[in-house]
Design a binder for this molecule. Structure first.
Ligand code: COA
Ligand code: AMP
Length: 629
């Protein structure tokens, strides 16, 4: 082994050796002779001549290598009152059968499959079945509305969509099939088939082109893993950018699997036979990486939890799960802990369970506020590890590498860059800022394996979004600073992306919806601080002249309509609850809306108003609205 410093240094001094050694953790159909292909910057490729199958590495190798009877995946669902354990043998068999079913529907290597499912084990089965065939999955988070699903269907042009009859949100049953039907109606691309998993809580009516999951599996022969190139896409995961059109982050197979396996050992400190509980959703990158792929790649056990930290049935479920399955590392978003703290401030529920197996709590997805860090640390008396990464990177950029050694914690910082990451902070001219000074957080190219090689069908947007601001660097979209010990502090996004309860959303996308109302002339959506969710969106609209805003109940009705429009077109997960009708929006002289200034005022931070403001009286009139006075 070695210390963090030794290992980091090794990754810099001999990058080729470092990542080829890391790739040895996998079983390759054809072992790579070379780690990095840097012949076409900024399009870097990892293990260019390697061939493997990620599903084989996640399943068969363990099922046939002595772990056949070990739990691979445990579905724990307090909202349905069920618990199901899949051993490595069972999971491999179910994945092989579903892969056979997909193949029967015409899915082959390189074809896309969209997966729109709640937190059921079949979501993981579907992902791994695609990987088995060398097909490319694209999982869409179940909280997104039909329109968002339609946009993703059009971009990914899948042969098949896989869904379920319903999801369960607390005590509510949410029917998925009407949303799926609506999305297919809205999309220009029509998938050949839709597979529907029938759940007992709500059965869906199947129509032409629909296939029942159980019937498809009953008729299928198991499919063998298909070796593919390391650089072939394993999946496309859409994430929010600054406009309504999401970015299709592409993930290759070999680089990603290598990075994930490395991170399980060196960051999460979870190995074969040990248990990782990641409370997220398979629709987000955290779910892709640390519910599905990473734990299985190293022969560990993963818990797929269907439910919230609080509510049905109580705020003790995380602790019950940790205790029942002997969880070693747990991973969730800080917002989940804020929800727990609100519901159970003294942590009484945690004390009802034996948590002696739990060694670490990992938190990511949004900034970990020092108060939540303190509460969780005092309650659990184990290391609470903040770490920073993004959909684009696929695995942590900056973390406390628990599997190597625990570095001293500085609350508010996710600690130090992991091997492969050269993290710098630049000013607007691309010059490094002095220690302790805020700037744009960037990663020097090339980034390590696992990070995005491009955007789906859009090399141009890949370059313009990430690679153009500073030559030779990847723009993370986050701002922050490095301290004198090399610790990074991530202060928030510098673009129009917000983070609501750990869910990444685009304010630009919400603005497009509000602007679609016939009475709205212009609008702005900003993210404002929220005690529970970290941030929530707030909308501001200016009405078209001639609209009779004074009419009885008009404003109230309009606000409700706008909130509903965002719910219907983006999804409930947007959590836009507040829209204000205002006379005008503050702008610069060149007409740019001063969203950051609005946000500062709403949050009570008195930053100076920019000198380029067009008409300061507009801001004066808006101030009481922003401050809810
Ligand atoms: N399908 C359908 N609807 C969904 C959904 C899904 N998969 N996920 C969320 N929604 C709905 C919720 O029911 C809620 O609807 P409502 O406005 O009618 O109540 C809305 O979207 C907002 O959801 P959310 O932001 O999750 O708020 P919440 O109040 O239901 O729960 C938390 C808040 C903090 C408890 C919850 O977000 C949480 O546990 N988050 C942490 C874990 C996590 O998922 N992190 C993600 C990345 S690591
Ligand atoms: P996502 O792509 O959904 O994983 O969201 C990534 C974004 O979440 C990052 O760009 C950050 O803005 C934010 N984020 C994730 N982890 C952290 C963290 N530990 N601290 C601060 N912000 C974080």
């Amino acid at each position: 082994m070695g210390t963090y410093e030794d290992i980091f240094r090794a990754s810099v001094s001999d990058r080729e050796r470092f990542w080829l050694d890391a790739a040895d953790a996998l079983e390759w159909h054809k072992a790579p002779s070379k780690a990095l292909d840097d012949s076409r910057p900024p399009f870097y490729r990892w293990f260019p001549d390697g061939e493997l199958n990620v599903s084989y590495n996640a399943l068969d190798r363990h099922a046939d290598g002595g772990r056949g009877d070990q739990p691979a995946l445990i579905h724990d669902s307090p909202v349905t009152g069920t618990k199901t354990t899949y051993t490595y043998s069972r999971l491999r068999d179910e994945v092989a059968t579903f892969a056979g079913a997909l193949r029967d529907m015409g899915v082959g290597t390189g074809d896309r499959v969209v997966i729109y499912m709640p937190m059921v084990p079949e979501a993981a089965v579907a992902m791994l079945a695609c990987a088995r065939l060398g097909a490319v999955h694209s999982v869409v988070f179940g909280g997104f509305a039909a329109k968002e699903l339609a946009v993703r269907i059009d971009d990914a042009s899948p042969v098949v969509v896989v869904s379920a009859s319903c999801g369960i949100e607390g005590s509510r049953v949410i029917e998925y099939k009407p949303l799926l039907d609506k999305a297919i109606e809205l999309a220009a691309h029509k998938p050949a088939k839709s597979v529907v998993l029938q759940r007992p809580q709500a059965k869906a009516t199947l129509g032409e082109g629909d296939v029942d999951w159980a019937e498809a599996c009953a008729a299928a022969e198991p499919a063998a893993p298909v070796p593919v190139k390391s650089t072939d896409p394993l999946y496309v995961l859409y994430t929010s950018g600054t406009t309504g059109k999401p970015k299709g982050v592409v993930r290759d197979g070999g680089g990603y699997a290598t990075a994930l396996a490395w991170s399980m050992t060196n960051v999460y400190d979870v190995g074969p036979g040990q248990t990782l509980f990641t409370a997220s959703d398979v629709g987000w990158v955290v779910g892709h990486s640390y519910i599905v792929y990473a734990p299985l790649l190293v022969g560990a056990t993963s818990v797929l939890y269907e439910g919230k930290p609080v509510g049905t049935p109580d705020a003790g479920q995380f602790w019950r799960v940790a205790s029942e399955y002997g969880v070693r590392s747990m991973f969730t978003a800080p917002t989940a802990f804020r929800a727990l703290k609100k519901e159970d401030p003294n942590g009484d529920h945690a004390r009802e369970y034996d948590l002696s197996s739990l060694k670490y709590l990992f938190l990511a997805g949004e900034r970990l506020d020092p108060e939540t860090y303190r509460w969780a640390s005092e309650l659990l008396q184990i290391p609470v590890i903040d770490h920073w990464w993004q959909t684009e990177t696929g695995w942590p950029i900056v973390a406390n590498p628990a599997g190597i050694e625990l570095l001293p914690v500085k609350p508010g910082s996710p600690t130090k860059p992991l091997p492969g990451w050269d993290i710098q902070v630049l000013d607007g001219d691309g010059k490094p800022v002095p220690t302790g000074t805020n700037g744009a957080i960037v990663a020097k190219l090339p980034m390590p394996p696992g990070s995005l090689p491009t955007l789906w069908n859009d090399d141009e947007r890949f370059v313009s979004s990430y690679m153009s601001a500073f030559d030779g660097f990847y723009l993370t979209g986050d701002g922050g600073y490095l301290d004198e010990d090399g610790y990074l502090y991530v202060m928030g996004r510098t673009d129009d992306v917000i983070n609501v309860a750990g869910h990444r959303l685009s304010t630009g996308g919400m603005e497009e919806v509000l602007a679609g109302h016939p009475d709205v002339a212009e609008c702005a959506v900003i993210g404002v601080a929220d005690q529970l969710k970290g941030q929530v969106p707030r909308g501001f609209v200016v009405l078209k002249s001639g609209v009779d805003a004074g009419a009885d109940g008009y404003e109230e009705g309009l606000r409700a309509e706008l909130v509903q429009m965002v719910r219907d077109q983006v999804g409930a997960v947007a959590s836009l609850k507040e829209v204000s009708v205002v006379a005008a929006l503050p702008k610069t002289r060149s007409g740019k809306i001063l969203r950051k200034t609005m946000r500062n005022i709403a949050e009570g931070t008195d930053e100076p108003v920019p000198g380029t403001i067009d008409d300061a009286s507009v801001l004066d009139a808006l101030r009481p609205v922003l401050r809810n006075e």
